[in-house]
Design a protein around this ligand. Structure first.
Ligand code: FUL
Length: 685
């Protein structure tokens, strides 16, 4: 009997990842499951994206493939500096844009004549993929490759031959540089509606990847390895299933709606976890104009919680500059960000707590497993037991603002709804602290600081018996929010700070604000525009926020929309970026500036949604009298506006004098009867 029992036990142990003494069989896996490689990838959590190429040197986000390769000439390129920065930032790998939409190859490809070989860098003898893959090996980082199927340079693009050529280039990057952990296929295609059409041979591309790099995770809108999470702002869905229904969908134009990519599909048939790709700067490529616009530590920390804290990996883009180095502003920010995360999660306040569960599967699945760092030891309930609660009793009352949960995903993603309560000693009752839907690999709930000794997690809905591997409680660093600014149509600037009622100081000459700058007391007038920089301080100026910098053009006080004659069109010039004008596609937007101005450029702020019908191609004309028009931009493009709908600043080749301005939409991101304009501005300085 004993003998049989011991055989039974070891069979249960062997059959499971749980690696512990289990006297009951482990839960059956549920639904779609991660592969071994997807699991390894998920544990990576955080890695670097590098956008580098001709666009680095030309101030554009999307080159058109006609650039002279001579523009690519980094003066002091150092991939070891990139790798050292990524390593010090706590990242686990680097993915490089080996070929972006302009077709320029960062390695001397035999299948293109638009490569580093044709550039002056290292007299055409350089190979950037070699240098970066070597640096990654040296620093113990994984190496990944981005390749854009959309290619505006290759003469074969748009013909059936192109697919094989693309597979050949893929073959080159996958065979010459060692192991590739992720192959990134960009679904963006600015020629999708007009221009050259190419039907991609995805089975051929996938086969090429898996033949050479069987472990590689293939990224695209729909995987199969991991998926785009639907926006470039760093915000994964609060509900985020790692499962997705891919049947009938494809990458790019054929992808599911971005809202679906954002949250995945409950009970989706395939395991395609989310990856959050976002840039540390407003654009993906370096530009000197964004040196002061590197995301703040507070913004990066918010992104951490809305990506890694919501069951997604984080792919953070850090674009090297024209020297070929990561700019100090970016690397300093990365280190500060790491310090905040390290500090926030250094001490798990749950250590020493007593945990009691309403249900437990049996030996080997005990609730105290949740306190262990070991991912492979977990707590579970019996099959069919889909709800449960766990009480956490801390040795003493603690103050915390984060609650961390992890599911044991080798057995599938299960939890669909849960709540966290704290025990109120005065009312002698539970009080709801926070609620959530999915957990997945990692979920971090954020809430204002609370002090409690007893906390309760209730799993209210699960697709199969819950299987959790970790609970954590933390007191994370809280920021004094940067001041937010708003300017109305008349040019009056109002500043606000959401936290703590601080003192705000600002400057108008571009210099860094300090406690001796102008103290904000009431809205002030800035009709001619300029740069406003502001900082918030509390505690006798001991605690400071980061600095907010906003550049304003001339205020639209005297402006009128003269076409179309719809009152709603006025929203395009009301000074508010959150009110959106919807203009009939056939109608240009014509604005009377109320006086003659010398214009140096303009800015189009689109509706901030990836599914909005924003302007992609446009024509811009100006006039002194509303009769004779001269065209300033006959064929303008707002690159990447669909995926990254941020303000589009356009600088004119030379200043023009005008009283009237006409913006005509030539092509929309989503063709239809209307297009959207949140705001139009002009620069005169
Ligand atoms: C987008 C591209 O169009 C951008 O240029 C960038 O590469 C981003 C990561 O993906 O779809």
């Amino acid at each position: 009997m004993n003998y049989l029992r011991s055989i039974g036990l070891s069979a249960a142990c062997l059959s499971l990842f749980n690696g512990c003494v289990a006297d009951v069989a482990p839960p059956e896996p549920y639904g779609a499951l991660p592969t071994e490689h997807q699991l390894i990838w998920q544990h990576m959590q955080y890695y670097m994206f590098i956008h580098f190429g001709p666009n680095t040197f030309t101030n554009v986000e999307w080159g058109d493939g006609k650039e002279d390769p001579k523009v690519f000439n980094p003066t002091n390129l150092d991939c070891r500096q990139w790798a050292a920065t990524a390593k010090a930032a706590g990242m686990k790998g680097i993915i490089i844009t080996a070929k972006h939409h302009d077709g320029f190859c960062l390695w001397p490809s035999n299948f293109s004549t638009h490569t580093v070989r044709e550039s002056p860098w290292k007299e055409g003898k350089g190979d950037l993929l070699r240098e970066l893959s070597d640096a990654c090996k040296e620093y113990g980082l994984k190496f990944g490759v981005y390749l854009s199927p959309w290619d505006q340079n290759h003469p074969a693009y748009g013909t059936p031959e192109y697919n094989q050529i693309f597979a050949n280039t893929l073959n080159e990057v996958l065979t010459q540089y060692g192991e590739v952990f992720e192959q990134w296929f960009d679904g963006a295609n600015g020629d999708a509606h007009k221009g050259k059409k190419q039907v991609y041979d995805w089975p051929l591309f996938h086969e090429t990847v898996y033949r050479n790099q069987p472990q590689a995770i293939i990224f695209s809108d729909i995987g199969p390895g991991c998926r785009w999470m639907g926006n470039e702002r760093g915000i994964a869905g609060e509900t985020n299933w790692s499962t997705l229904n891919v049947e009938g969908f494809g990458p790019g134009l054929d992808a599911p709606a971005s809202s679906v990519l954002n949250s995945g599909d409950k009970e989706g048939k395939a395991w395609v976890p989310a990856e959050t790709d976002v840039s540390i700067r407003p654009g993906w490529f370096y530009s000197p104009s964004t040196d002061e616009k590197v995301k703040t530590v507070e913004q990066l920390t918010d992104i951490y919680y809305s990506s890694i804290g919501r069951n997604s990996n984080l792919l953070l883009n850090v674009p090297p500059n024209r020297e070929g180095r990561i700019h100090a502003n970016d690397s300093i920010r990365l280190m500060e960000f790491k310090q905040v995360i390290d500090e926030s999660f250094a001490q798990d306040l749950i250590q020493g707590a007593t945990l009691t569960a309403s249900h437990t599967r049996g030996r080997g699945y005990k609730v105290s497993n949740l306190l262990q760092e070991n991912y492979d030891s977990y707590w579970a309930t019996n099959d069919g037991q889909l709800t449960a609660s766990i009480e956490i009793h801390l040795p003493k009352a603690e103050t915390f603002n984060r609650f961390l949960l992890q599911e044991y995903i080798p057995l599938g993603q299960r939890v669909a709804k849960f709540a966290v309560d704290v025990w109120n000693e005065s009312t002698k009752d539970w009080e709801l602290l926070s609620e959530g839907t999915t957990i997945g690999y990692k979920r971090i709930l954020c809430f204002p600081q609370v002090k409690a000794q007893k906390i309760r997690l209730t799993i209210q809905e699960a697709l199969a018996c819950p299987v959790l591997t970790r609970i954590g409680l933390f007191k994370a660093v809280e920021f004094l929010s940067v001041p937010s600014m708003e300017r109305n149509k008349e040019g009056e600037v109002t500043m606000r700070c959401i936290s703590d009622d601080p003192v705000i100081y600002y400057t108008l000459d571009g210099s860094e604000p300090t406690a001796s700058s102008i103290r904000y007391q009431a809205p002030f007038s800035l009709p001619e525009g300029g740069v406003v920089r502001a900082i918030a301080m509390i505690d006798g100026n001991r605690k400071q926020s980061e600095i907010a910098t906003v550049r304003y053009g001339i205020a639209p006080a005297k402006w009128k929309v003269i076409a179309p004659e719809d009152q709603m069109a006025g929203r395009a010039i009301d000074g508010k970026g959150n009110t959106v004008a919807r203009i009939p596609s056939s109608s240009p937007l014509t604005i009377d500036l109320g006086e003659s101005l010398v214009l140096k450029g303009f800015v189009y702020t689109p509706a901030n949604r990836t599914d909005a019908p924003n302007i992609y191609r446009y024509l811009l004309a100006v006039s002194k009298d509303n009769k004779e028009w001269s065209v300033v931009k006959p064929a303008g493009v707002f690159p990447n506006i669909q995926n990254n709908p941020i303000a589009q600043e356009v600088v004119f080749d030379q200043p023009v004098e005008a009283r009237y301005m006409k913006l005509k939409a030539i092509e929309l991101t989503h063709p239809g009867e209307v297009y959207t304009v949140a705001e139009i501005g002009v620069y005169t300085k």
